[in-house]
Write a protein that binds this ligand. Structure first.
Ligand code: ZN
Length: 250
């Protein structure tokens, strides 16, 4: 078979001009050469094929990767559009008393909060203090901290910062979290029953409004490692129970 083809197609210049003939010429060249040359020719053609195959495979992979990136980006954009909450449209439960502190550049910076990703629970670390007392402290010139909400020993809820503004409570998570400071009767930091129920109710309401769930409820400890809220850092099971109670309320 090889011999027959070689005889028919040896170096004919005219054939070399046409596309088909040039293929034959190049084939003829390899066929007139010695046996190892034939192998090289075949190898070259083979490696060209392999290279072309690899190139098309790489191109396919690149296209798939670009498709995946595009889909992810559109998903993220769509998600942020769908989950953007218009704060002015929120209808606040009657148990929330709004008593905003003065904008001073520290406790209340006035910085805009564009998105809420988590809700951060704190404890006030001042046993027996009231929600009003803590709110007034945030509003004083000594304070450089604040929280969106303070929940008191009788279950009262005071909102100190509007929800479209950042509070000064959770370090580098201030820009994307809502903060809740919680009062406690003693140094263990455990919330009493009235306070606990009010915090669960408030947290569940925020989760619903901002399309979050119990896994988006975190402790100050989860942000910086600080022992806050003390009892719920030192008792991880109590913290798990807290999140389950939020889930039940949703
Ligand atoms: Zn804290």
């Amino acid at each position: 078979m090889v011999r027959r083809e070689t005889n028919g197609k040896v170096n004919t210049p005219q054939r070399g001009r046409s596309g088909t003939a040039s293929k034959q010429v190049s084939a003829g060249r390899s066929r007139t050469s010695s046996r190892p040359g034939k192998k090289r020719g075949r190898k070259k053609a083979g490696s060209r094929k392999t290279a072309a195959y690899k190139k098309s495979k790489r191109r396919k992979r690149l296209m798939i990767l670009m498709g995946v990136i595009l889909a992810l980006m559109s998903g993220l954009i769509l998600r942020s559009c769908l989950l953007t909450v218009d704060i002015s449209e929120l209808s606040y439960p009657s148990y929330i008393q709004q008593d905003f502190i003065t904008q001073d550049g520290h406790s209340r910076t006035g910085r805009e909060m564009k998105r809420v990703n988590d809700i951060v629970i704190h404890y006030v670390a001042n046993p027996g203090s009231t929600a009003k007392g803590n709110r007034d402290y945030f509003d004083s010139s000594q304070s450089r901290v604040s929280a969106h909400f303070v929940v008191g020993l009788k279950g009262e809820v005071i909102q100190c910062i509007p929800l479209d503004e950042q509070s000064s409570a959770s370090n580098d998570r201030n820009p994307d979290t809502i903060s809740i400071e919680v009062c406690h009767p003693d140094s263990t930091g455990k919330f009493n029953d009235k306070t606990y129920s009010a915090v669960i109710k408030l947290t569940a309401w925020l989760c619903e409004e901002f399309h979050l769930d119990e896994e988006d409820v975190i402790r100050h400890y989860d942000v910086t490692g600080k022992n806050c809220p003390k009892y719920y850092v030192e008792h991880p099971k109590a913290w798990e129970q807290f999140k389950q109670d939020v889930k039940r309320q949703l």
